[in-house]
Design a protein around this ligand. Structure first.
Ligand code: GDP
Ligand code: MG
Length: 447
């Protein structure tokens, strides 16, 4: 049978829960008015009997309502007596005393439900309202797309993905880029594999994703996330445009990510960069020296040739994109890699997209949550914060989150748990639906 909460019913009637309970007992109905819920039929009856009476008092009630709106304190669905007392600014024993007439013998560590809490709160002249978790999580959804004020935006480094056909030199190129950067870095820096790396060119930074483009694009896009700002398309000069080259072009185009072409292996005697440029025209990529707007840089990952120029071009394209983010807000990022480390527990590398992530922040990512215990950068160094675009490995999560999942900072661990619970509930529901669908199909098959 459907139950209606006294609190909801009171709200509907525009009166307080306490008032409603008093009126129910005045009505002398056979309803246990100390219950926090009533049956649906009972609620209908109450509404019918009280409806007109309530209307005539509407003016008074409206004023009450205003006060309620201003002063309502948010509390959890189930709150421990002690915590409620604190919120109401009274002692736990005062709360306990108010619970006795309601037939509840509680100690200060016992949890009471929201409706009971609201009756107690009213006794102290305080209005409470439940924390609207669903709404909060929606807020986070809005928050992710939340447009920052342009005056708060500061330049951020570009995030680059290397794409291309197998064996055209993606890994070699990334290695060559890192080597180039290593010489500019302080000596002794041992690269830590965290799924992405930051390289420094003079005053500028570029962030490279380790995952070859296709994977990065598909896992990210499956969740609607987008981390790449620029794609470097590697094409071997001795080979040509191949199926995965075309796939890479399509991925980048679909995501509206600008492409910088690296024509690799120019050290090979059979290399023919012009043929590559010719083939690329078919896919809408016309080299600059041919009157188009696609930057093509001939390189040799093996001989470290053209790498500096390539990086310069990446910075040029980044500059045209005017990549910016607000570093002064609660951090939102994307998980690029995650695993269970034997010693460290769940570890996840995130790229901060907005805001600044700090050690001690409480974060949520899918069904995983936790307080950031430590952060490690791509040089294996412990860091206290990560600003937009900067990849860091995060320690302190409750479980291993999924790549492509958002990670975001929330106010406190209580909220974090709420969000992960909602997420888990949604997953359970989806699984239920999926299994029901299967069993229905099975049923039809049997018929
Ligand atoms: P990936 O599959 O795209 O990651 O390609 P790899 O980086 O693994 O390179 C495939 C092969 O091409 C390896 O044997 C590399 O040594 C070779 N290779 C990569 N870059 C160059 C280059 O600039 N010149 C030559 N000659 N060989 C290269
Ligand atoms: Mg490779």
């Amino acid at each position: 049978m459907t139950k209606i909460r006294v609190y909801e019913l009171a709200k509907e009637l525009n009166i307080t829960s306490k008032e409603l309970i008093k009126r129910i007992s005045d009505l002398d109905l056979d309803i246990n008015s100390h219950m926090s819920t009533v049956e649906k039929e009972e609620a209908e009856l109450i509404k019918e009997l009280l409806g007109s009476e309530v209307d005539s008092n509407e003016k008074n009630v409206k004023e009450d309502d205003n006060i309620e709106d201003i002063e309502a304190i948010e509390i959890e669905e189930n709150i421990v007596v002690k915590d409620l007392a604190e919120k109401l600014d009274v002692t736990p024993s005062e709360v306990i005393t108010k619970l006795i007439p309601l037939g509840i013998m509680a100690n200060q560590n016992q949890a009471i439900d929201f409706d009971t809490a609201s009756i107690v709160a009213e006794e102290f002249g305080v209005s409470i309202k439940p924390i609207d978790i669903e709404k909060d999580s929606e807020d986070i959804g809005i928050d992710l797309d939340f447009e920052d004020d342009s005056k708060d935006l500061k330049p951020r480094p570009p995030i680059v993905t290397v794409m291309g056909h197998v064996d055209h030199g993606k890994t070699s190129l990334l290695d060559a880029i890192r080597k180039t950067a290593v010489t500019e870095r302080e000596a002794g820096g041992i690269t830590q594999h965290i799924g992405a790396s930051t390289i420094r060119i003079g005053k500028e930074k570029i962030v490279f994703l380790d995952t070859p483009g296709h994977e990065a694009f598909t896992t990210m896009r499956a969740r609607g996330a987008q981390v790449t700002d620029i794609a470097i398309l590697v094409v071997a000069a001795d080979d040509g445009v191949m199926p995965q080259t075309v796939e890479a072009i399509n991925h980048a185009k679909a995501a509206e990510v600008p492409i910088v072409v690296a024509i690799n292996k120019i050290d090979k005697p059979t290399a023919n960069p012009d043929r590559i440029k010719q083939e690329l025209v078919e896919y809408g990529l016309v080299s600059e020296d041919w009157g188009g707007d696609t930057i093509c840089v001939p390189v040799s990952a093996r001989n470290n040739e053209g790498i500096d120029e390539l990086l310069e071009m990446v910075l040029l394209v980044a500059e045209m994109q005017e990549l910016k983010a607000n570093p002064d807000r609660k951090a939102v990022g994307i998980i690029v890699e995650a695993e269970l480390d034997k010693g460290k527990g769940p570890v996840a590398t995130a790229l901060v997209q907005k805001g600044t992530l700090r050690v001690g922040d409480v974060v949520v990512s899918g069904t995983s949550h936790g307080r950031v215990r430590a952060m490690i950068d791509d040089k294996g160094k412990r860091v206290k914060k990560a600003t937009p675009s900067i990849p860091v490995m995060i320690l302190g999560l409750s479980e291993v989150p999924e790549a492509g999942e958002y990670i975001y900072v929330v106010d406190n661990e209580k909220k974090a748990r709420h969000y992960t619970e909602i997420r888990k509930e949604k997953i359970r529901e989806e699984q239920m639906k999926a299994s029901q669908k299967v069993s229905l199909d099975d049923l039809f098959e049997q018929i």
